[in-house]
Write a protein that binds this ligand. Sequence first.
Ligand code: NCD
Length: 301
Amino acid sequence: MLKNNLISILDISVEQQIELFTLADQGERLFSEYHHALDGKVLGSLFFQPSTRTQFSFQSAFVRLGGQYIGCSDIKETRSGAPYYEPICDMGTVISNYCDIIVMRTIDDLQTGQLAQGISVPLISAGSGNVEHPTQALTDLYTIQKTLGCLTNHEILIVGTPRQRTINSFIKGLSAWGKNHFHILCQDGIEVPTAVKENLRASKITYYHTWDEVWAAGIADQITIVYMDKIFNETHRSNDFVPVKQDFISHISPDAIILHPLPRTAELPYFIDSLRGANYFRQAKNGLYVRTALFLKYLLL
Ligand code: NCD
């Protein structure tokens, strides 16, 4: 049974993740076996920032387990918006009376902690600011475990700005499992936040700033995972940092898996969809099973 709030990927131990993944392995069978498991339960669904996969998979999971959800998608629909700006922690205290568990996404990462101070039911972060996105990381790790069979000793190529919540939680989460090597292709001058660096443990990071540098390092055939995400021009310099090159992809092992939390923008060209390693839509589907397993672990098992 899970009790702690899930705000950081480090709030859930590796042992708890193993139990979660074992449950998620049941896939669609979860919905027949636990069809009425959450009868009478109510989810508080607060998505104060847009969401497709995370919001709908959480809601779908809860409904398929027999529960129902309440919520809104704009803080202005609550009294924590203008003109009263009710403290977020008061909102948490009050909403706790109306639901059994809360899922919340915010643009301002501080709001997640503020809500947590007031609540008396579990809180799962569905993404807080640009800091963490724990359930996306669980989905990523589960997809790796399921396709490659282990979560250690990987050579991972991350293509994307390494200061976004998805990548932060992914690196922290994977590092908690053991030794992995992150090769990060991003703009010169951009690095992972200190809070991520401090949680690398036995893992390490190597930075690259152009595809040519990645190429010259001779790592193409060692890569087991390509993790792509959005690229923000944070340095406001024009540069040669371009979306995936077809020639690079053709050199990485066909057994390497390609992940992306989605939504895609220009960094993920459509030609990748037809590659054997492309796993991002499966990853999004796995998100449903992981979130279903989470609700079961919080409210039933
Ligand atoms: C996120 C989104 O939709 O905003 N993707 C996801 O949850 N799968 C990406 C993000 O958190 O920025």
